[in-house]
Design a protein around this ligand. Structure first.
Ligand SMILES: CC(C)[C@H](C(=O)O)[C@@H](O)C(=O)O
Ligand code: SF4
Length: 467
């Protein structure tokens, strides 16, 4: 029998019942709820006369619909209603809620790892496509739909089809100015936004091993933008050090037992994957998207694709559509494109290391005239730690606006939008049509690249602004 992969090991440990050749009923170890879907699911359950099966495995926080303005000024009526309902329904079900202004509140994919709720070898679900983020700790984590959400609330289990497996190996030493965000954008550019469809992706290789946990979370976060519902990195010593002592991580003797079990999780050397991709990270330069899909990506020293140079009529038409929406000329260099907005935040890039990387570029410099730049920490804890080390001051002195934790401009929630026709460099994960507001134009990039672009007033190569 061939060896098993990380995915297969976690999967097999969670099978309650084998339903068919490729479909199993899985036990779910953690269920995370957010303000957009959480109360709806709990109300749905109630209307069926059912109870939450395992409230102690379910955790909630508001993130999508809250204002991130200082003091939370101006949360919309809908946002307030969702928050009120989340409070009432979690309390009635005995579910822990990390509420506004409490340590623990934040974007659901930032708080899970931060609190030690997300653990290696665990199955984690949330009614949110970026649940794949938690795979950065070696969890099997994926987004679910609203009926599945109710199913998990009622049974703590879920029916799932076993995915195919892909291993994406990143090899080599990351060049200066190149980050985890650039690695994953480069992979999406290489295999396409549907390249991972139907697969669970394991990110491996020397460059993944060298990445701190927060970088691994960033990589896994964009799995869904690769088409893959699940992305994961095998746990190692860095994972254990990251989790040690976190509030919900196992403690004492349980910790030792857990680490012993987690050491068994990495894929066996002879594990077989349905697809293997190898990326040489030494060839990656800072990435920035030019179009309306994360696969529309180039190196920041590159040029915007010229549709005239593309023979395939379908591809040519897709490029033309994207360029028209984005207001860009094919064949022109991407660097130097003037920007109106910079957004540093989202579950992709709003952790402490992201803010540090952006602050390093911003320190002692000024946001260009005419550019609005926001920094939205991913959680209340990230915010407090950033303030404790003075990052907020660096940003404010440089002309950035420092805000409260939440999803904010990542999905144009709560009126936090880029105006029609305006151009933003964003550290988030989606540059779809209208994602940051009707007719808003989004360029995805790393926190360091976004900060560099805010200072330059145009898409900028952070390597030119090194310290
Ligand atoms: C609102 C939520 C369901 C959605 C998701 O599933 O990802 C959102 O978080 C997003 O990023 O578009
Ligand atoms: S930060 Fe953006 S991508 Fe992440 S959960 Fe919120 S809306 Fe979705």
């Amino acid at each position: 029998m061939p060896g098993r992969s990380l995915l297969e090991k976690i999967w097999d440990q969670h099978v309650i019942a084998r339903l068919s050749e490729d479909t199993d009923l899985l036990h779910i170890d953690r269920h995370l709820l957010h303000d957009l879907g959480g109360s709806r699911g709990l109300l749905d359950l109630k209307s069926r006369g059912l109870k939450v099966h395992n409230p102690e495995l379910t955790f909630a926080t508001p993130d999508h619909a809250l204002s991130t303005a200082p003091g939370r000024a101006g949360t919309s009526k809908i946002g307030l209603e969702l928050l009120a309902a989340l409070r009432v329904e979690t309390s009635a079900s005995g579910i822990t809620l990390f509420d506004v202004d409490q340590p623990g509140q934040g974007i659901v994919h930032v708080i899970g790892p931060e609190l030690g709720l997300s653990l290696p070898g665990a199955t984690i679900v949330c009614g949110d496509s970026h649940t794949c983020t938690h795979g950065g700790l070696g969890a099997l984590a994926f987004g679910i739909g609203s009926s599945e959400l109710t199913h998990v609330l009622a049974t703590q289990s879920l029916i799932q089809r076993r995915p195919k497996t892909m291993r994406a190996r990143f090899e080599g030493k990351l060049p200066l100015g190149v980050t985890a965000k650039d690695m994953i954008l480069a992979l999406i550019g290489h295999i396409g936004a549907a390249g991972g469809t139907g697969y669970a992706v394991e990110y491996a290789g020397s460059a993944i091993r060298a990445l701190p946990i927060e970088g691994r979370l960033t990589i896994c976060n964009l799995s869904i933008e690769l088409g893959a519902k699940m992305g994961m990195v095998a746990p190692d010593e860095k994972t254990f050090e990251f989790l040690r002592g976190r509030p919900y991580a196992p403690q004492g003797e349980m910790w030792d037992l857990a680490v012993k079990a987690w050491r068994e999780l990495p894929s066996d050397p002879d594990a077989v994957f349905d697809r293997e991709v190898v990326i040489d990270v030494e060839k990656i330069i800072p990435q920035v998207t030019w179009g309306i899909s994360p696969e529309h990506v180039v190196g920041v020293d590159g040029v915007i694709p010229d549709p005239k140079a593309v023979d395939d009529p379908l591809r040519r038409a897709a490029i033309e559509t994207a360029l028209e929406y984005m207001g860009l000329q094919g064949g022109a260099p991407i660097a130097g494109t003037p920007v109106d907005w910079v957004f540093i935040g989202s579950c992709t890039n709003s952790r402490l290391s992201d803010l540090r990387a952006a602050a390093e570029v911003a320190r002692g410099r000024k946001v260009a005239a005419g550019v609005r730049a926001w920094v939205v920490p991913g959680s209340e804890n990230v915010k407090r730690e950033a303030v404790a080390e003075g990052l907020d001051k660096i940003f404010i002195d440089a002309g950035f606006e420092w805000r409260e934790p939440g999803c904010s401009m990542c999905l144009a929630a709560n009126g936090e939008v880029v105006a029609p026709g305006q151009r933003s460099v964003s550290t988030s994960n989606r540059n779809f049509v209208g994602r940051q507001g009707p007719r808003a134009r989004t360029h995805l990039a790393s926190p360091a690249s976004a900060a560099a672009s805010a200072i330059a007033g145009a898409i900028a190569d952070v390597r030119m602004m090194g310290r």
